[in-house]
Ligand binder design. Structure first.
Ligand SMILES: [Fe+2]
Ligand SMILES: [Fe+2]
Length: 177
């Protein structure tokens, strides 16, 4: 069995991941309404990734025979002043999640719960990538503030080159979307 303190915090983290997912849907809908389809698509896709993170944590708790308690989440921010604000918010959110993930790994280690510590390793790596890519997107979106088509073209090129599935990702409950 994983440490009780770790289980409690991982259940909370499931809520943070779903909250991140909903925030990204809100951002995607905002960009879609502004007719910025590439920015919208990037955040719709990111919303699914966050949902999958939550479901990986659900699967881990099930496999470890620990209680799953899906938390409620607060409403995401919906109104944004310009095209930069949502990405700045997203970067702030990713940095916060990185701290939460590090804290979870720390608790597992303190408790001598090595399986849970190892489970968190994938998320540590994932957060480094997500902070880096959101930080790059913030740079581009700031540069494109007056010419939003520039960030749209950047994202279209990125999509054409990238994104193989990660075979090291933990299993998501019900299968990853
Ligand atoms: Fe996440
Ligand atoms: Fe994320």
């Amino acid at each position: 069995m994983p440490a009780a303190r770790f289980v409690e915090r991982l259940n909370e983290q499931i809520g943070h991941e779903f909250a991140a997912s909903q925030q990204y849907v809100a951002i995607a809908a905002h960009y879609d309404a502004e007719t910025l389809p590439q920015l919208a698509q990037a955040f719709y896709a990111q919303a699914v990734e966050e949902r999958n993170h939550a479901m990986m944590m659900v699967q881990y708790l099930i496999d470890a025979d620990a209680d799953v308690r899906i938390p409620g989440v607060a409403a995401p921010q919906a109104g944004f002043g310009d095209i930069v604000a949502p990405v700045a918010l997203a970067l702030e959110q990713e940095r916060r999640v990185s701290d939460q993930i590090a804290a979870l790994a720390g608790i597992a280690r303190e408790e001598g719960d090595y399986a849970s510590e190892q489970f968190m390793q994938w998320f540590i790596k994932e957060q480094i990538e997500e902070v880096a890519s959101m930080s790059a997107l913030l740079t581009v979106v700031e540069r494109s503030k007056d010419v939003p088509m520039e960030v749209e073209q950047y994202l279209a090129r990125e999509r054409a080159t990238g994104g193989a599935a990660d075979p090291t990702a933990p299993m998501a409950a019900g299968g990853a979307l």
